[in-house]
Design a binder for this molecule. Structure first.
Ligand code: NAP
Length: 259
């Protein structure tokens, strides 16, 4: 990957100023990267537009609902036109599960809620990787990063089908890393500790998760989004060039604890 000031990347999953993807976008911008930010639909465009306007130079904004193949194809066609020399990195921070699936018992998960959660939160990485890979290959390599949570490995109250989706997402990271490694394209995930964002607020009882982490994580506190962003820059940039197929826990060490 070129040094940050010459690099360009696509960031998917900025909803508002608390979004983990926004923290990563800001850090990459501060390091000198040029950015494309996406928004899911016209209704949500204004939020992302206001945030993008705080960066100079402002990132290009493009629509992309990650559940629509046509949106993904249009996104990367436009990115390819914008940056004919290719793309260096992709940040995937999109996740969604229908509200009832993250508030009712997991046993009650409907086929439709399962389909939507796994489509938006896991398959979307595969679809975006397909669009991004040729542009990264043209550049001689690249780096993809997604965001996951420990609910893929352990049971957390009400995380439910999202935990299943994150398990699929983490497995997808390994398979994509295997497919794309020969083109010098790396694929990794950050398993972040809990942060009160829009998506997190949808999980019933989320504040009790925050409280337990603070009490029991080795560092006895919750993470800050800046810590996720700095770890992301490591995995996305030249310092992480030997790392792929990895799930890096940025969670104040909580994942290591038995109780
Ligand atoms: P967030 O700000 O709500 O971000 C989630 C993003 O997913 C939003 O930008 C949302 O866009 C987007 N999204 C949902 N459906 C989409 C679709 N069909 N097409 C395109 N985008 C779509 O929450 P966040 O916590 O920062 O989440 C970012 C990632 O971090 C997620 O993968 C999440 O699971 C993961 N994560 C979060 C935590 C945490 O505690 N917050 C911990 C570990 C991992 P709209 O709002 O515009 O729909």
């Amino acid at each position: 990957m070129p040094s940050w000031p010459e690099s360009c990347g696509v960031v998917v999953g900025v909803a508002n100023k608390r979004s983990l993807a926004w923290a990563i976008a800001r850090a990459a911008h501060a390091a000198g990267a040029r950015l494309v930010l996406t928004y899911q639909n016209e209704r949500l465009r204004e939020n992302v537009e206001d945030l993008a306007a705080t960066l100079d130079p402002a990132p290009l904004l493009l629509p992309c609902d990650v559940s629509l193949d046509a949106d993904i194809a249009a996104l990367f066609a436009r990115v390819g036109a914008e940056w004919p020399d290719g793309l260096d990195f992709l940040v995937h921070g999109a996740a969604f599960a229908p509200r009832e699936a993250i508030s009712e018992p997991f046993l009650k998960t409907s086929r439709e809620a399962w389909r939507v959660a796994l489509d938006v939160s896991a398959y979307s990485l595969v679809a975006l990787a397909n669009g991004a890979a040729p542009l990264m290959a043209a550049r001689g390599g690249g780096s993809m990063l997604t965001l996951t949570y420990l609910g893929s490995e352990r049971v957390f109250p009400n995380y439910n089908v999202m935990g299943v989706a994150k398990a699929a997402l983490e497995a997808s990271v390994r398979y994509l890393a295997s497919d794309l490694g020969p083109q010098n394209i790396r694929v990794n995930a950050i398993s972040a500790g809990p942060v009160k964002t829009l998506a997190a607020a949808g999980v019933s009882g989320f504040s009790s998760i925050l409280r337990v982490y603070q009490e029991r994580a080795p560092l006895r506190r919750n993470i800050e989004t800046a810590e996720v962003a700095e770890a992301a820059l490591f995995l996305l940039g030249p310092a992480g060039r030997g790392v792929t197929a990895e799930v890096l826990h940025v969670d104040c060490g909580y994942h290591a604890m038995g109780m």
